[in-house]
Design a binder for this molecule. Structure first.
Ligand code: DC
Length: 233
């Protein structure tokens, strides 16, 4: 059976720690289902990039309210796999390490969470969407028909991030070592899980999938089958 006329459109929330396979799974799953894919991490990264470029980051630790004016004037849009910040393609820029280093701090700020949650709800309101992040099943769409929580061993997650960065840069001198990546991932997991507002947490209804020893095809097939069960009428 495939997703066709005899199915209803649902919201699929895919949460989990950094580099657990969320975006790869969510993107391919959305393609298979004919759904829209929303990478909410890219939205937090875009706000972080804007704060960095506007020279705001240094002031935010003492004066977090300064983020409000940025949020009043931010435009984040997706076109296929590309991400646009205020009309500019930032798909590659938001993956740079300078952004990764600060994104946990930016995403811990309440005004940022409130603004992006509203944008995400608007984007997914008509259903037929796969959204990945940290709080999609718990906060953004607690009524998502399918909630998945992806996990993987930290060594495997660092290896994946390393391969991804290497493929992008083509030069292993500019890529952090596996140990550095592992530390960076652990640090980000800790801050994402410890923050007060919308921390990284598995919803009690979420299906936990450990992707450590799964191929991409296997993890997509597994979540696709879960989606079929939910969409069949
Ligand atoms: O998925 P990612 O690594 O691109 O996400 C970057 C950061 O954004 C992550 O460390 C925490 C934050 N984030 C969040 O707080 N809530 C989300 N729904 C998605 C990402």
């Amino acid at each position: 059976m495939s997703i066709g006329d005899e199915t209803r459109k649902i919201v699929i929330a895919i949460d989990g720690p950094a580099a657990s396979g969320k975006s790869t799974t969510a993107r391919l799953l959305a393609r298979k289902l004919g759904y829209i894919y929303i990478d909410t991490g890219a939205m937090y990264r875009s706000v972080t990039l804007k704060a960095l470029e506007g020279g705001l980051l240094e002031h935010l630790r003492e004066n977090p309210d300064a983020i409000e004016s940025l949020l009043d004037n931010v435009d984040i849009a997706f076109d296929g796999d590309r991400v646009f910040l205020d009309g500019r393609d930032v798909t590659d820029a938001i993956r740079e390490n300078r952004v990764s280093r600060h994104v946990s701090f930016i995403s811990s700020l309440k005004p940022v969470r409130d603004a992006l949650k509203q944008m995400q709800r608007n984007m997914g309101g008509r259903r037929g969407v796969v959204m990945d992040g940290r709080d999609i099943g718990t906060v953004v769409f607690p009524d998502a028909e399918l909630k998945v929580f992806l996990i993987a061993d930290v060594s495997e997650r660092a290896r994946r991030r390393y391969a991804e960065l290497l493929q992008k840069s083509g030069d292993n001198n500019s890529v952090p070592s596996l140990e550095e990546l592992e530390q960076e991932i652990l640090q980000r997991d800790r801050s994402d899980a410890a923050r007060t507002h919308a921390p990284l947490k598995k919803h009690e209804d979420a299906v936990e999938v450990d992707t450590s020893s799964l191929t991409i095809a296997e993890q997509v097939a597994l979540v696709y089958n879960l989606a079929l069960e939910k969409t069949a009428v």
